[in-house]
Design a protein around this ligand. Structure first.
Ligand code: XMP
Length: 517
């Protein structure tokens, strides 16, 4: 196993993820862990993360001494390389400007870390790598025993290696995908240099999570709010396997789900898997509460508040429940930490993150807290969930409530649901569903004139939205073929009485958001 020493970089979790992708177990610990803790961890190798801090100065964070006493391979990334240099007798200088962005690195000296890993070979025979840099300070003198491993035009010491001790430092970030060969470099380090075996697979992750959950809750009852989304579904499957009938799921159907969605959730979990699911049909309450509400944020708050209220009511009926399970995944953790410290602007309030009442007396069980979405999906498949459920596009907590502009009127919900189902069905039929990241229909409560047969129609408008994105923070609208859009539009207008027009949204994010409200 690999120890990742965290100096506070925003990329630290990505290091862990790349290491896991290489099939190796790793843990992240803060830089001020004790040397004894490092020894007890008994790592096969250590990775020192980047940091927003400066290595220069008395109070600069540094790696525990044991890191350089254990005799195991060490890889320092960015700040990790700088502190390695500083702690082993090299020098670091404060640089006036931050280097930030792509850089081209020349590999030098045939290190074990970078050997034969390159994007291109220079005329002089150097390996060339396109990498992502983000740093201020830099190493200006190598520590004794180190050789130059890589350089760029602006950072002559962009990489260093002490092959005898298996110590490596890179100024760039191999953990981000912008560094094209980054995953290979980290794999080289953990597998070839540290000698770890790639045993950390989906099934091991599941075993480990199950063991931890059992240890945490013992024989107590656990309740879980099941939404039908990927994350809560995977938690349900995982906890059911770990705890059997100690798990009770509460599925609050707010009446703003997609066509047949509620029934599918029940079929998958209650019928097929034998999970105890209490379905609360609360459509009427939600629609009642939403009557007359037109402001998007107020709609979100209304839905969020009621959701928690109803969930609470149900939860309190389960007398012996001691734990509340949640499908929190790592990006949620970053996001809500960001908004709590005021670092990230709250563009929209995501009610399923951090919206728990303060007085809940239940302990939290969050078995996916350290995982990224694609890892959650892989373990979902491994747990036997249907592919369709695991690879489903994200769906907002407030559901169709934020896809009907303005007031949520029951008749609109019905129209939108049908239009959305046609769009999604055709995306699947034509093989576009998995090519776009998210697609849906939006209901516009304005009327437009149309003609059908000999008659005039005067009905509503639906907008189709499909986007491609990796992180949902930025997105481009999907360039779906005209013929396809034509086909979907015809079906919607012909089959749904009440819709006369279909438009396609060609706005990116930014300046738009993915949802319309
Ligand atoms: P936006 O519209 O902000 O959406 O570009 C980014 C992603 O977040 C989803 N989204 C939500 N998810 N509750 C959620 O659980 C919400 O209130 C919410 N609003 C947006 C959106 O579907 C997209 O995937």
């Amino acid at each position: 196993k690999i120890l990742i020493v965290d100096f506070g970089s925003q990329y630290t979790q990505l290091i862990a993820r790349r290491v896991r992708e290489a099939g190796v177990y790793s843990e992240i610990h803060p830089w001020d862990m004790t040397s004894q803790a490092v020894r007890e961890f008994a790592p096969a190798g250590i990775i020192l993360s980047g940091s927003p801090e400066s290595t220069v100065g008395e109070a600069a964070p540094h790696a525990p001494n044991a890191v350089f006493e254990l005799g195991v391979p060490v890889l320092g990334i960015c700040y990790g390389m700088q502190t390695m240099a500083a702690q082993l007798g090299g020098e670091v200088e404060v640089s006036a400007h931050r280097e930030y962005g792509y850089a081209r690195v020349r590999a030098r000296g045939h290190s074990a870390l970078l050997r034969d890993i390159e994007d291109e070979i220079s005329p002089e025979g150097y390996g060339l790598l396109d990498v992502w840099m983000s740093h201020g300070d830099r190493v200006c003198a190598l520590p004794p025993g180190f050789k130059l491993m890589a350089s760029t035009d602006s950072a002559p010491l962009a990489g260093m290696a002490d092959e005898d001790r298996h110590y490596y430092g890179v100024q760039f970030h191999p953990e981000v995908t912008h560094t094209r060969q980054g995953a290979r470099i980290l794999q080289r380090f953990v597998i070839d240099i540290c000698g770890c075996r790639p045993l950390w697979t989906a099934s091991n992750i599941i075993d480990d999570a199950m063991a931890r959950v059992r240890e945490q809750v013992g024989r107590d009852r656990v309740i879980l709010g099941l939404s039908g989304g990927v994350d809560s579904s995977v938690v349900a499957a995982l906890l059911h396997r770990a705890l059997g009938d100690q798990l009770t799921c509460v599925f609050v159907d707010h009446g703003l789900l997609r066509l047949h969605e509620g029934d599918q959730v029940m079929k998958t979990f209650a019928d097929h898997m034998g999970v105890e699911v209490i379905r609360v049909d609360a459509a009427a309450r939600f629609l009642g509460a939403l009557a007359g509400v037109t402001d998007p944020e107020e709609k979100r708050r209304t839905i969020g508040r009621l959701f928690i209220e109803i969930f609470d009511e149900e939860a309190s009926k389960i007398a012996d429940a001691r734990w509340l399970a949640q499908g929190t995944i790592y990006p949620d953790v970053i996001e809500s930490a960001g908004s709590k410290t005021g670092k990230a602007h709250v563009i929209k309030s995501h009610h399923n993150v951090g919206g728990l009442p303060e007085d809940m007396k239940l302990g939290l069980v969050e078995p996916l807290r350290e995982l990224f979405k694609d890892e959650v999906r892989r373990i979902g498949l491994e747990l036997g969930l249907p592919h369709e459920m695991v690879y489903r596009h994200p769906f907002p907590g407030p559901g169709l409530g934020v896809r009907i502009l303005g007031e949520v009127v029951p008749a609109y919900v019905e129209l939108l649901r049908r239009a959305d189902a046609i769009f999604i069905e055709e995306l699947r039929t034509y093989g576009f569903y998995d090519k776009v990241s998210q697609a849906f229909a939006v209901f516009l409560p304005v009327k437009a004139v149309g003609v059908m047969g000999d008659g005039r129609r005067y009905d509503y408008v639906v907008a189709l939205r499909a986007v491609e994105t990796v992180d949902f923070m930025t997105a481009r609208w999907a360039h779906l073929p005209y013929e396809f859009l034509d086909h979907v539009s015809r079906r919607i207008v012909n089959e749904i009485d009440g819709i006369t027009r279909v438009v396609y949204d060609v706005t990116g994010k930014p300046p738009g958001t993915i949802e319309w409200e």
